[in-house]
Every structure is written in C-alpha cells, then in structure tokens.
Design a protein around this ligand. Sequence first.
Ligand code: GRF
Length: 202
Amino acid sequence: CRVLVLVSGNGSNLQAIIDGCDDNLDAEVVGVISNKPNAYGLVRAHQSEIDTSCVIPHEGESRSDYDLRLKAAIDKYQPDLIVLAGFMRILSDDFVKQFEGRMINIHPSLLPKYTGLHTHQRAIDAGDSEHGASVHFVTPELDAGPVILQAKVPVYPEDDASVLAERVHEQEHAIYPLVVKWFSQQRLRMTDGKAYLDDQLL
Ligand code: GRF
C-alpha cells in the first residue's frame, strides 16, 4: 500500500506512521507533501529518506486552483491512501470526492464533538470529563466523515489546553498507525458514507 502523508507542521503523527510502516510490510510512506515550506514534518521525511513536495499557496489563489495543483502533486506518487496529519487547509468538495474512501484524517476530539479548531479548550470549557482523538474517512463536510477509531483520555480539573493536548497527542500516535495498518491490509472500507472494518460497520 502506497501511503502519502500531507502535513503543515510538526509531523509527530507522520513520525508515528513512518515508524509503524517500518514494522508493516504491507505499507510504505512514499511521499510527504506540505503546504508550508518550513514544516518540521518535511525534516522528518528527509531523515527517513522519504521524497517530499511543497505546494505553497500563491497570493490570491482560489481554493479550486490550489487544489488542482495539490492533486497534480499527489498523483505523482500514485498513492493508495492519503493521510492528512495536521494538514491545516480546508479541501474543496470536488477535491475530496476524487479520493473518497482513500483519504483519512485525525482530529483531536471525540467526534462528532468539537469539529474545527481549539478542541482541547472547548472540552475544558464544557467541563467534559473525557476527551480524545478520532481517525475518520474524509468526506466533503469538515470533520464529519465516518469515524474509524477513537482514543479516549480523561480530563482532570487542573488541566489546561496544552497539558490536555499532549495527553491526546500520545493517543493519536497509537491509533493513527493502527488505522493505516488496517487499510494496508485491505480490512477497511467506506461504502455509502459508512466505515467498515472486516465488513463490520464501525
Ligand atoms: C494533531 O493534533 C491532529 O489531531 C491535528 O493536527 C495535529 C497534528 O500534530 N489534526 P502533528 O503535526 O502530527 O504533531
């Protein structure tokens, strides 16, 4: 399974996936694409001798024009699976539809709770006792695709957003490589907007 990872920043999830693929004969990270030239994820890719591309938005460029260039960059790698790992751009509907069932994302909340940004602070502000992360198939609606796997963490009264984020991050690094593995073993699919593992509805 040819895995392509899209990042915008630190890339700790990318690292977890690279490490996971080292132990998984079914999957290989064939490339990393960033929309930011200084993303640390690119450094991680170089360290593992993985090919990288940058698709930097031009000033005033429309979303659809950017997404066309992104699509062209992606196609060069002929990926079976596209993994969004902290890729901080909203993707157009047409773009997403081209990769339906082959593109996954990780979001730092227990979806459907807290789509969008600032999820850790929002969980604290709501007084939640539980928070976490979700891996889901990407569909046109932001953070609304079917969930594949979630990890839960406790929220303690003394937590601030950064402590909580760190606790969630640790779990992300466990669940994201596992989902990549399932996909590479052809155990995972999305049909009619629903996610299945081994033909069981998730
Ligand atoms: C993670 O918290 C992920 O849930 C969100 O972006 C962050 C990326 O972190 N989508 P990293 O770049 O993988 O360290």
